[in-house]
Design a binder for this molecule. Structure first.
Ligand code: ATP
Ligand code: MG
Length: 236
């Protein structure tokens, strides 16, 4: 496959790539900085995997390569079944533009350095422009070495590659993001639910985005089969 010139926008010295999430690029000066490491954080079921999948499929649509690393010991078939509910996912992306890697099986057996080597070898093989690690937070409960050191080394390793990485983080209700990783990433996006008048509403908030004059405050989102996550325009 040819690596296509992708439509990066130069703004204030930072190259940017489209996120794939309708409405989000407009909130962050045109897209994610490239290269960068972005944390997408939320409680269970808030849409983290959907976000990550759309990010990779947007790249695939543009002819970019993506690497999806799951930490959950989920076989490719499982991912394909989840992904196939969405209209934007073409099954032929998997194994072509999007390479799937299951890290779950080796997490318990390796220390942090070995895990990083395994990830880096895969990156060197695939040369992706977009990388997903979903969810990175399970690594904390499994690796034998220090989790903070691992996250710091991982973020630095990823930034040395010409890629934008989305790492997802699962948090408990009442927590906004996993604190151990927040300082190491270039951007933080929160996905959240809120109970209002008996209805469960969904929101997205850009908490930080280095080098970017981003919109602040939570924005309403929708999750749909056709588009995945969509940031809704404010209605007055
Ligand atoms: N077709 C759909 N239409 C509307 N909402 C959907 C659809 N598919 C998924 N959802 C919503 O998306 C949520 C699941 O999204 P996703 O699996 O991406 O979340 P997650 O944050 O990765 O969850 P987990 O913590 O389990 O990994 C569901 O809980 C549901 O609310
Ligand atoms: Mg998920």
């Amino acid at each position: 496959m040819n690596v296509v010139e992708y439509p990066m926008k130069k703004m204030q010295g930072l190259s940017r790539i489209p996120t794939g999430i309708p409405g989000l690029d407009e909130m962050i000066e045109g897209g994610f900085p490239f290269p960068s490491v972005i944390l997408v954080s939320g409680t269970a079921g808030t849409g983290k995997t959907t976000f990550a999948l759309k990010f990779l499929c947007k790249g695939a649509e543009l002819g970019e390569r993506g690497l999806y690393i799951t930490t959950l010991s989920e076989p490719t078939q499982w991912m394909l079944r989840f992904a196939s509910q969405f209209d934007f996912v073409k099954p032929e992306y998997f194994g072509n533009e999007i390479v799937y890697m299951d890290l779950g099986a080796i997490l318990r057996e390796m220390d942090g350095n070995k895990i990083l080597d395994t990830i880096e070898n895969k990156i060197a093989e695939v040369i992706p422009q977009r990388i997903v690690i979903d969810p990175v937070t399970v690594v904390g409960g499994m690796i034998r070495s220090d989790y903070r050191t691992f996250l710091f080394d991982m973020a630095n390793m990823l930034k040395n590659w010409n890629a934008t990485t989305v790492v997802t983080g699962e948090v408990n209700p009442n927590d906004l993001y996993p604190p151990e990783i927040a300082y190491a990433v270039d951007g933080i996006i929160l996905l959240m639910f809120s109970e209002e008048a008996g209805a469960r509403r969904k929101y997205l908030e850009v908490l930080k985005m280095r080098g970017t004059n981003h919109l602040t405050g939570r924005q309403s989102i929708d999750i749909t089969r056709s588009e995945g996550i969509v940031v809704l325009k404010a209605r007055f």
